[in-house]
Design a binder for this molecule. Structure first.
Ligand code: DGJ
Length: 757
């Protein structure tokens, strides 16, 4: 090879070969290789398992050019595919130029190898997008490749970061108008990737309110298959994460690609399988609700796409996202700290509370070991129902005569921290804010504005509205000892339009809204760095990596039923770390589905998340209070492992009849682990079965205990000292037919705690 320049920062290597003009990014476990083609375009060579450095992969052509003349060159697997080129698949970038054409030829001009990962820089007047980061330069290497279309002057910088410790590549584009006339972006994907085959299944996280992020797996067929959103965020329905898995891929084995967008607005994740059985994946801002004008000299930055790869199953793919998002996307003082056990009054009181009732709940909660009390919706304006007051962020003295401050101090005097619910982005028509600023609500003048939960959305694309919210919310946060904020968002955006944007720029509205949201989050989290922020959107309607950069945890779903939560938490764990998944025990009959499960089962599910309660503690019987106290003591004992351990999925609620689920969290060096095993419906004549564990030290000997402490044969059979090898090879054994637990019945759960001797 001729003249190889590489920046080898530990194991995050970027190797540039001047002769072949080949860039090879690798960390020794994965490789991402691109090459400048003969015609100057940037072609893809390989993304997947690690290949040796110091070699040319020129002969690898993932998608040869197949017809037409060679404006495109020897391959049509391009890093930045554009339309009208002889490659008729979905494009990654569409730029409308002054003459109305969209043909564009992006040719290599220069590249830079940069140690570490530079933070995104925003254009004047815009805010930087959230992104993964490094804490020292050795953790990653970044390469920026400049491409230019000489005809229009459009310049594209395609950035790649390879991480030393996780098997992922971060990609984004910066598109700059270096020409003399304005241009308009109508598609600006963060990443496109061509795979030379099509034997994949497309996994995405689908749902609705109350059943978010269920795992859906669809074998690819010829044609296009996409998930996207047009509602202003991913919504409960779709999530900006998809995976491609091979036909034999399981949790433990086989190839898997993950595509995750660090973004909270409208997204598109699309796969196209063409007539030659090759697969193109593209991920980015949804083009259908996007257009962006670039004046000469202006630039547009796409959100960051995180492409992860695993050669050892879906479990390892999740490990990558968990570690990267927990340690290098989430930030701030709460990133690594034990998250408090909280109680939230929403399901306990709804809007019907006053200071006395809240203090009564807080007082019982304190007695059983809760660490944080969260006052939910209804404390402000005149909000006795959900029909008024959003936007009026001043206390309702009828309910709280001593103000939020007075209540918070009393809660603190009990020995609890105090947290508060807000929904900053919203406005009720019945509010003082609306009386003063009816034009701040999103809508098209002269047209009907669709209400949802009797509320409208504030136009966060307007900086003066973001300024106002920052000012009033800062007052709320400054005036009381507030340790935690739950930031809710209870409807999606309809009639998208901003009074502040000219007609030609209305296509920018959704992205500008998202930037306004990030601006507000970043200013509030920056001004109040000690507050733990939790994001929420009518349950889990905006659970995405963009918000994790500001709020390290999120309310996972309004559905707190233990059985429903098995699927919701399992699905969420595909892409998101357990330290981000808030999970609460609520009352029975469950408020969402009416199911009655035991207190123990509810806790056994919620333990595998950021744990808390969502009920009126004063209505718990003495026996229940004692049980809750024991639950909290258990969780606090194992919180390090449950919140920050390695989460291993063992048995899927989405496979077979879904009657069983099992998972485990494993602490550092596999010295301690907690296993959760759940059976939804009891069955006759079930026979014995085994649950093989994973992630343990085969050479260690583990003392196995059970939670709750019970004395039944099925549990007792597993207690004692067991080798890690035995637990992984033979497994825990459940002889269901011999279980004599009185009234065991449906919705059965057991936890096993493994402690290395
Ligand atoms: C939706 C949230 O998901 C609930 O937890 C609760 O905060 C309500 N909003 C309050 O309106």
């Amino acid at each position: 090879m001729s003249s190889v320049a590489s920046a080898d920062t530990g194991r995050a290597i970027a190797e540039w070969d001047d002769g072949d003009r080949q860039l090879h990014l690798t960390n020794g476990r994965l490789s991402y290789i691109v090459r400048v083609l003969e015609n100057g375009m940037l072609g893809q060579v390989h993304a997947g398992g690690a290949l040796a450095t110091g070699r040319s992969y020129r002969h690898v052509v993932p998608r040869p050019f197949d017809g037409f003349d060679n404006r495109v060159g020897e391959s049509i697997a391009l890093e930045v595919p554009t339309p009208g080129s002889g490659d008729f698949r979905v494009p990654g970038l569409v730029v409308e130029q002054a003459d109305g054409s969209t043909v564009i030829d992006l040719r290599y001009r220069a590249h830079r190898i940069v140690p570490g990962k530079p933070a995104p820089v925003a254009e004047p007047g815009l805010v930087p997008l959230p992104a993964t980061y490094v804490e020292d330069e050795g953790e990653a290497t970044t390469v920026e490749i400049d491409l230019v279309d000489e005809h229009s002057g459009v310049e594209v910088t395609s950035s790649y970061t390879v991480f030393r410790d996780v098997d992922a590549v971060a990609r984004r584009l910066r598109i700059r108008n270096g020409g003399a006339a304005p241009v308009r972006l109508t598609t600006a994907m963060s990443a496109s990737l061509d795979l030379p085959d099509a034997e994949w299944s497309f996994i995405h996280l689908h749902g609705a309110w109350g059943r978010e992020r269920h795992v859906v797996s669809t074998p690819l067929r010829t044609g296009r298959h996409a998930v996207s959103s047009a509602r202003g965020s991913g919504g409960h329905q779709d999530n900006p994460f998809v995976a491609l898995v091979g036909p034999a891929t399981t949790e433990e084995a086989g190839e898997a690609y993950g595509f995750s967008l660090v973004y909270s607005g409208n997204f598109l994740a699309e796969v196209e399988v063409d007539a030659h059985d090759t697969t193109r994946v593209r991920l980015g801002i949804a083009p259908e609700t996007f257009a962006w004008t670039l004046e000469p000299g202006a630039a547009f930055d796409t959100p960051e796409a995180i492409i992860a790869w695993s050669g050892s199953g879906l479990g390892a793919l999740s490990d990558t996202y968990h570690r990267l998002y927990r340690e290098r996307l989430a930030r701030g003082r709460w990133r690594d700290r034990p998250r408090p056990v909280l109680i939230n009054n929403w399901e306990g009181t709804y809007f019907d509370f006053d200071e006395e009732r809240i203090l009564a709940i807080a007082s019982v909660a304190r007695d059983v070991g809760v660490e944080l009390f969260v006052l939910d919706d209804g404390w402000f304006g005149q909000r006795d129902t959900d029909t008024s007051s959003l936007g009026d962020w001043f206390v309702d003295l009828r309910k709280l005569p001593n103000g939020v401050d007075g209540l918070a101090r009393k809660v603190e005097a009990l020995g609890l921290r105090f947290g508060l619910w807000i929904e900053p982005e919203m406005i009720s028509e019945r509010s003082r804010l609306y009386d003063e600023h009816p034009d701040w609500a999103i809508g098209v003048p002269g047209r009907h504005r669709t209400q949802s939960r009797t509320q409208l959305v504030l136009d966060l694309s307007r900086p003066e509205i973001v300024d106002h919210l920052f000012s009033v919310l800062s007052d709320v946060l400054r005036d009381a000892p507030i340790s935690y904020i739950k930031w809710d968002y209870n409807r999606f955006i309809t009639e998208p339009f901003s009074l502040a944007l000219p007609a030609a720029r209305q296509g920018e509205f959704f992205h500008r809204y998202t930037l306004g949201l990030y601006d507000l989050y970043s200013r509030l989290t920056g001004a109040f760095p000690d507050i733990l922020f939790e994001s929420c959107a009518s349950g889990g309607g905006r659970f995405d990596p963009g918000l994790l950069a500001f709020a390290p945890q999120a309310w996972t779903s309004d559905d707190t039923d233990a059985v429903e939560r098995l699927r919701i938490q399992w699905g969420t764990s595909l892409a998101y770390p357990i330290s981000s998944i808030a999970a609460h025990v609520s009352a029975v009959p469950n408020h969402q589905v009416g199911r009655v499960t035991s207190l123990a089962t509810r806790a056994a599910v919620a333990f595998f998340g950021v744990f808390g309660y969502e009920l009126d503690a004063t209505s718990l019987s003495a026996a229940d209070r004692a049980e809750v106290a024991a639950q909290i003591a258990f969780y606090v004992d194992h919180r390090d492992v449950l919140q920050y351990g390695r989460f291993v999925r063992l048995r899927s609620p989405f496979e077979g009849d879904g009657n069983e689920t099992a998972w485990m969290s494993v602490g550092p060096d596999a010295r301690r682990a907690v296993v959760g095993y759940y059976q939804v419906l009891a069955r006759p004549v079930q026979g014995p079965e085994r649950l093989r564990l994973r992630g343990l030290d085969p050479a260690a000997r583990y003392r196995v205990s059970a939670w709750p402490t019970v004395d039944d044969r099925i549990t007792n059979a597993n207690l004692g000292v067991r080798g890690g090898d035995e637990l992984m090879t033979v497994g825990l054994l459940f002889d269901h037919d011999r279980d004599e637990t009185p009234g065991r019945g449906d919705f059965w759960a057991r936890l096993f705690i493994l402690e290395a001797e």
